[in-house]
Design a protein. Structure first.
Length: 139
């Protein structure tokens, strides 16, 4: 089954971590980029799926449910972490949305600050930003 990408997005090789999500058009400052999609699962199931996985494509919705972007995702599950991101995530009425923190040009990798994940606090960050804190989770 072929991945159906959200409009304006492409998946490509990332210098941060394997594959990344890239803009194919301009996303203006504060404008919506896309909605995170995937299989809706309980947070308990999310914790089970996270065990032993190096790459997680699971995003919490509301403290009870999560979305597993690796199953039914639209490419947003390839948005990598950066300590100096060009986008941010916001949950509104049970929908996880990505917005541009600044103008994002076509060809740029879209990144957010994960802040808190199911990964251990020791998971190293490889974003390469000047202000890199060294870990993915804010601890």
């Amino acid at each position: 089954m072929k991945l159906k990408l959200a409009p304006g997005l492409a998946i490509g090789k990332s210098r941060i971590n394997g594959h990344g999500c890239f803009a194919t058009k301009l996303f203006a400052h504060r404008k919506k980029i896309a909605e995170y999609t995937g299989e809706r699962i309980s947070d308990f199931e999310a914790m089970k799926r996270a065990r032993g996985r190096r790459h997680l494509r699971i995003c919490d919705v509301d403290g009870r449910f999560s979305l597993d972007g690796a199953r039914g995702g639209n490419g947003t599950h390839y948005i990598n972490h950066s300590c100096d991101p060009n986008a941010f995530m916001k949950t509104l009425h049970g929908h996880i949305l990505f917005f541009a923190r600044r103008d994002i040009k076509a060809g740029e990798e879209i990144t957010i600050d994960y802040e808190q994940t199911l990964l251990p606090n020791s998971r190293r960050c490889h974003c390469g930003a000047q202000n890199c804190r060294g870990t993915i989770n804010k601890v």
